[in-house]
Design a binder for this molecule. Structure first.
Ligand code: F6P
Length: 369
């Protein structure tokens, strides 16, 4: 879409929230207003535009300078978000009461036309960007902004939200050292990250964990028990284990909490699972702490604020330059644009030969293998 034809853009935030969302909203809004464009915020992913009946007060929020004032440092999203709103797989009831996933994407396209919205800045992770890619293929001008605490999106060095999550996890693990040492216990800390081990790896190394279990390296608890016993022999009567929610035993399966129609499976429970097994294997009192959604809250770090603001402004520049069906990506020292089709449906796992893992091994950390 050529620059002159843009009059009105929308922004939405989809999937799990992440620190930095409000900073992106502010950057997009101010950058667009400065170009004379109108900016509309869509509530709760795309629900605000394609399910108007659910929003008696309006699913679309005109974004003004006043609306975005003073929000850069706030966690969450002023627009709301959801991971249940995929219009391509909308859970729908049949006459016989059974449910199926219906493609309602044409309703979304129609709604954008009805509201005379020329383009969308879609802020999200793989799920939301896959939806955005689908809408772009149907003719909507879309620029994606990579969000997720999990850092598992391909083609960007980092996603915003990750640094804040890792920083907080590091502080939490730091705090567990003193209680673990005082009670001579094994402490297991479960962190989010879905199918990737970035949060566990980076926080575990930063906070001097003894064992880090990530999805990319299936674990053997015998090896973990050996590490704990070796520490005992060397006078270390406590052990800190960081486990990613997506970690799984060698030849075993993921710990899944639930799988519902129209949304991604929920992971969790691996921490408790290995806690019992480690206690049985070592005879040492072992306790589990699940950091869970605490990693998604709080004020974004300076790093996350800055890349969020840079991503938001760069998304508006992309639209101005007529770029669409792309994602803003961090490629230090700059941001660049990558086609959405190169991003979606992939996952950026931790490479086994990356220097962070090699350094962890050099530091004596066990990866349970
Ligand atoms: O993708 C971010 C994330 O926090 C994952 O780390 C986690 O598996 C998932 O979202 C949890 O989502 P929900 O809050 O919907 O259970």
């Amino acid at each position: 879409m050529a620059r002159s034809s843009i009059k009105r853009i929308a922004i939405n935030t989809g999937g799990g929230d992440a620190p930095g969302l409000n900073a992106v909203i502010r950057a997009v809004t101010i950058s667009a207003l400065n170009r004379g464009w109108e900016v509309i915020g869509i509530r709760d992913g795309l629900n605000g535009i394609f399910l108007p009946d659910q929003y008696p007060d309006g699913g679309l929020i005109p974004l003004t300078r006043e609306k975005v004032r003073g929000i850069t440092h706030l966690g969450g999203t002023i627009l709301g978000t959801t991971n249940r709103g995929n219009p391509f797989k909308y859970p729908t009831k049949r006459k016989d009461g059974t449910m199926y996933e219906k493609d309602r994407s044409d309703d979304v396209i129609r709604a954008f036309k009805k509201h005379k919205i020329d383009a969308l800045v879609a802020v999200g992770g793989d799920g939301s960007l896959t939806i955005s890619h689908g809408l772009a293929e149907k003719g909507l001008a879309v620029v994606g902004v990579p969000k997720t605490i999990d850092n598992d999106l391909d083609k960007t060095v980092i996603t915003f939200g990750f640094d804040t999550a890792v920083s907080f996890a590091t502080v939490c693990i730091d705090r567990l050292h003193s209680t673990a040492e005082s009670h001579q216990r094994v402490m297991v800390v479960e962190v989010m990250g879905r199918y990737a081990g970035w949060i566990a790896l980076n926080s575990g190394i930063s906070a001097s964990a003894d064992v880090i279990l990530i999805p990319e390296i299936p674990y053997d608890l015998q090896k973990v028990a050996e590490k704990i016993k070796e520490r005992e022999r060397q006078g270390g009567h406590f052990t800190i284990i960081v486990v990613a929610e997506g970690a799984k035993p060698k030849g075993g399966s993921l710990s899944v909490v639930s799988k519902e129609l129209g949304r991604a499976e929920r992971l969790g429970g691996v921490g408790e699972r290995i806690t019992a097994e480690i206690q049985a294997l070592t005879g040492k009192e072992t306790r589990c702490v699940v950091l869970g959604h605490l990693l998604r809250g709080g004020t974004p770090t300076t790093f996350d604020r800055l890349i969020s603001l840079r991503f938001g402004a760069a998304a508006v520049r992309a639209l101005e330059q007529g770029k669409t069906n792309v994602m803003v990506a961090l490629d230090p020292p700059t941001v660049r644009y990558v086609p959405l089709e190169q991003v979606t449906g992939r996952m950026k796992a931790v490479p086994l030969d990356c220097d962070t893992i090699l350094s962890g091994r050099d530091l004596g950390i066990s990866f349970g293998d």
